[in-house]
Design a protein around this ligand. Structure first.
Ligand code: ADP
Ligand code: MG
Length: 858
């Protein structure tokens, strides 16, 4: 057959809609299916696991296609969103039966990954943000919103790193940006837009209004980013605008800043192994009972506080739920009944709300009542709850897709609904016992009365008995094994019932709209209560964990000190089977404090526990500033303004993303941005390059952190470069600690107990010996070590020249090697010392003596 036809009219219609849909995947409704064509079909068939076929095979324009049944569409939409696609839904907007020629089709909705209002399309209970970014004249603006909860926030800063940390924290699913700002966004899909969208005045003109809190003449970048979001929602999902109650402007500087790298290394939300939740701080602390609480917990972890008063307020709240256990358990039970009040409120505010959505909201509201009972407070939402209770039946029916909702308004609520119902009773009665009557009349026991959406009512008789039906039966439809009939009488009653049903549906829906209006007028109040419940859920969750895991309330103050006794790593302690070894630590960045160091150099062999301790300190500070309790016997935490955590390249090779370059860039950031109040945790910095390079860098970084005015912050440096321990000899704020191990019954036993002083230089070789390397290898390794050390660095970080064993270092190198008699004396005195066995006090006494040596002679 000749390929004669070109593009069909339907494909022309498709093309026109596709043009409108732009990048969005177009779902094109055809009867009971949504079809995808051409590039869309090819692009998403693999994602959705659909089979590609071809349409219009016989034409000069065959088109690839795939499709899905309309009732299964939500699952597919969810998958497309999760894969970062937007979806345009093209519906048939006229009744195919009435259509002359091609059925009219229109795009009725565009769903994008960042703009998802309905629960069934959302992937899990976490927040789902759409963000907008803007940078102008050195100021960075960021706004984000979640239409499913109504949350809408905006902030701005002149510090790029703060902006980046916020952007990472929010981790929006999609970001609105002008092409000039695209480069600011790395991880999320970008929705390109024009400058006009970032102008509140022109957005106000176009949309007709702005959210509360946003002024038409605002010019700051935060407000303008918010305007762009408002404009985007207006064009894609105008109905959702009403859900965005109250835009909140905030300052990122009011929270403890955690950059992307720190968030990752402290494994707050994703573990380093596979990016999953297992072993994360979030998983540990999450005993929340509601999705709102879960989202709020993520906020608390992601944005720890820096104001003492707010921290103490949270501590008090947690303390109030610690005991008795029975009261907390009662709260836990009650919270469980609240469900996702936030999203249910939104759902009820949007068009297409079903009676079941409203019933779900009612359930949440009565859950709130039970929570307030436990709290012994009165419930401000009783009124809404009572109204829903009055109007809606206990269990609204759930008709198959496409059927009208009916029978969900209680009797006696609305006169018209009652009237229609009583009128419908006769018809319902006719159909109710039609089957029995006809069986009796015809003697066909297998006769059945059927109803379906397309064909309406019919009397079904199996093929074998079809000849026995009375003569007034008219054949209506033939199926595989049966014939379906109708009669004049049946058709008359069918008309009555179906019309009645339509009227009932309309009347009930009118009542439902009124009820939604009632809720809408009180939505602000309800959202306020939802926010309180979210906080309460987090408080309850933290109290639960604190109680189970034996945490204490840390003393938080504005000193620069950290003092912990019997501290544990909150996550590792849950994994270590044979008991986690608790550790003590004191550090203080106060320049007047000469006892506690501010830089801690932590040495010890592999697997000794260095990284664990480092992160443990970071997490304790983070928990404390969240207002949470901490895993320790006692803790005192001076507020930090930032926590920096950097891990040397090869230590995180598993993630495949850390290269030496990244490590160095991150280190540069710390040196640039840290302040005296920062907490810096450096793990094996410099490891990603050759030993000498790495050691030199690590040394210089440690010195800079210690010396640089304006920095001089609390630092823990975990390193296998034991040479770094020498820093303590010249830098007053440096203290050495180490982890050690012993051999027992031929096994290496890690003590996990942190002790003061540096690890022995040949620890690695010792471990190799325990591990059973042949004695001659160990001997040779010691020899080589001695050679290498001869050529390394002296106490001041100055390289020694390579020299043979036994040779003295050249006199012109090294801090004390000036060749004068007093320096010789000092050198001799130094040589006699064994710093690794000295207590800090002994060292200070010794230092005093050395100083005297010079002063006496000088
Ligand atoms: P390092 O950084 O020194 O190589 P890690 O901190 O990675 O060592 O610790 C290695 C393992 O030792 C951890 O995964 C953990 O299982 C265990 N560990 C660490 N610290 C402790 C401790 N204080 N008590 C018990 N086990 C610990
Ligand atoms: Mg380590």
């Amino acid at each position: 057959m000749a390929k004669s036809r070109t593009t069909t009219p339907m494909m022309q219609q498709y093309r026109a809609l596709k043009e409108q849909a732009g990048d969005a995947v177009l779902l094109f409704r055809m009867g009971d299916f949504y079809e995808l064509f051409a590039e869309d079909a090819e692009r998403v068939a693999p994602i959705l696991d659909l089979v590609l076929t071809t349409r219009d095979k016989d034409t000069t324009n065959p088109v690839p296609m795939c499709g899905m049944p309309f009732h299964a569409v939500e699952g597919y939409i969810r998958k497309l969103l999760a894969a970062g696609h937007s979806v345009a839904i093209g519906e048939q907007t006229e009744d195919p039966k009435q259509a002359k020629g091609l059925v009219r089709r229109e795009i009725v909705e565009v769903v994008t990954p960042g703009l998802v209002a309905s629960n069934e399309r959302l992937d899990g209970s976490g927040a789902n943000y759409l963000a907008a970014v803007l940078c102008e004249e050195g100021r960075y603006g960021l706004a984000y919103l979640d239409v499913s909860t109504g949350e809408f926030c905006a902030t701005e800063t002149e510090r790029r790193e703060v902006f980046e940390a916020e952007l990472d924290r929010v981790s929006a699913r999609e970001i609105v940006a002008r092409s000039s700002e695209k480069s600011l966004v790395t991880r999320a899909p970008v929705r390109a837009t024009s400058s006009l969208d970032f102008d509140p005045e022109s957005v106000a003109k176009r949309v007709g209004r702005l959210p509360e809190g946003l002024d038409e003449d605002a010019t700051d970048v935060a407000a303008r980013a918010a305007a762009a979001l408002w404009s985007t929602v207006a064009s894609l999902q105008p109905a959702a605008l009403d859900q965005l109650t109250g835009l909140r402007f905030y300052t990122a500087a009011d929270t403890l800043l955690l950059d992307a790298s720190t968030r990752r290394h402290l494994e707050l939300f994703q573990n380093l192994q596979d990016g999953g939740k297992r072993g994360t701080v979030f998983e540990l602390l999450d005993r929340t009972r509601t999705p709102m609480g879960r989202r709020r917990l993520a906020n608390w972890i992601g944005e720890p506080l820096i104001q003492l008063s707010r921290i103490r307020e949270r501590q008090e709240r947690i303390r109030s739920w610690m005991e008795p256990d029975s009261r907390r358990q009662a709260l836990s039970e009650a919270l469980r009944g609240v469900g996702d009040l936030e999203r249910r409120l939104t759902r009820v505010g949007l068009p297409g709300t079903s009676p079941r959505d409203v019933a779900a909201l009612r359930e949440s509201l009565s859950g709130v009542g039970r929570v307030h009972e436990v709290e012994a407070l009165s419930n401000p939402l009783t009124e809404i709850c009572a109204e829903l209770e009055r109007v809606l039946v206990d269990e609204p029916p759930n008709p198959p897709r496409g059927e009208p909702y009916i029978g969900y308004i209680r009797d006696g609520v609305d006169d018209q609904v009652d009237q229609i119902r009583s009128e419908g009773e006769e018809g319902n009665a006719y159909f109710a016992d039609l089957e029995l009557r006809e069986r009796e009349r015809t003697g066909i026991q297998t006769l059945r009365v059927k109803y379906n959406r397309v064909f309406g009512y019919s009397i079904e008789v199996g093929k074998a008995k079809a000849d026995l039906v009375p003569e007034e039966y008219r054949r209506k439809q033939t199926t595989a094994n049966a014939e379906r009939f109708t009669t004049d009488e049946l058709e008359r009653w069918e008309g009555v019932v179906l019309r009645g049903r339509e009227r009932a549906a309309a009347a009930e829906s009118r009542v439902l709209q009124q009820t939604r209006g009632f809720v809408g007028e009180r939505v602000e109040l309800a959202r306020g209560v939802a926010r309180e419940i979210a906080d309460l859920d987090v408080v309850h969750s933290l109290a639960q964990v604190a109680r189970e895991r034996d945490y204490v309330c840390p003393e938080v103050d504005d000193s620069l000190r950290i003092e912990v006794e019997g501290a544990r790593h909150p996550v590792v302690e849950t994994f270590v089977r044979d008991g986690f070894i608790a550790n003590d630590l004191i550090m203080d960045a106060d320049p007047n404090d000469t006892e506690a160091g501010r830089s801690i150099i932590l040495t010890g062999p592999n697997m000794a526990g260095k990284s664990t301790l480092l992160r443990q300190v970071g997490l304790l500070v983070l928990l404390a500033q969240m207002g949470a309790f901490v895993p320790a016997r006692r803790a005192r935490i001076g507020l930090a303004d930032r926590i920096f955590t950097r891990v040397g390249a090869s230590d995180s090779l598993a993630t495949g993303e850390s290269t030496f370059m990244v490590e160095m860039r991150e280190t540069a950031t710390i040196l640039k941005e840290g302040s005296a109040r920062s907490l810096v945790l450096l793990d094996e910095i410099g490891r990603g390059t050759s030993t000498f390079d790495g050691l030199s860098i690590a040394w210089a970084v440690a010195e800079y952190l210690h010396d640089s005015p304006g920095l001089r912050c609390r630092v823990i440096f975990a390193t296998h470069y034991h040479e770094l321990a020498d820093l303590a000899r010249t830098k007053s704020g440096v203290r050495n600690f180490h982890f050690s191990c012993v051999e027992r019954d031929g096994e290496i036993l890690f003590l996990r107990h942190m002790e003061s002083g540096a690890a022995s230089r040949s620890y690695g070789i010792e471990v190799a010996r325990y591990a059973g390397l042949p004695p001659q290898v160990i001997r040779r390794a010691r020899e080589i070590l001695a050679n290498l050390e001869g050529g390394e660095f002296d106490e001041s970080g100055t390289p020694r020249l390579a020299r043979g064993p036994g040779e003295r270092p050249p006199a012109q190198l090294g801090l004390f090697s000036t060749g004068t008699p007093e320096s010789d004396a000092v050198r001799e005195a130094l040589r006699a010392l064994d710093p690794e066995r000295m207590t800090p006090i002994e060292a200070i006494v010794e230092l005093q003596r050395l100083k005297q040596l010079i002063e006496e002679k000088g």
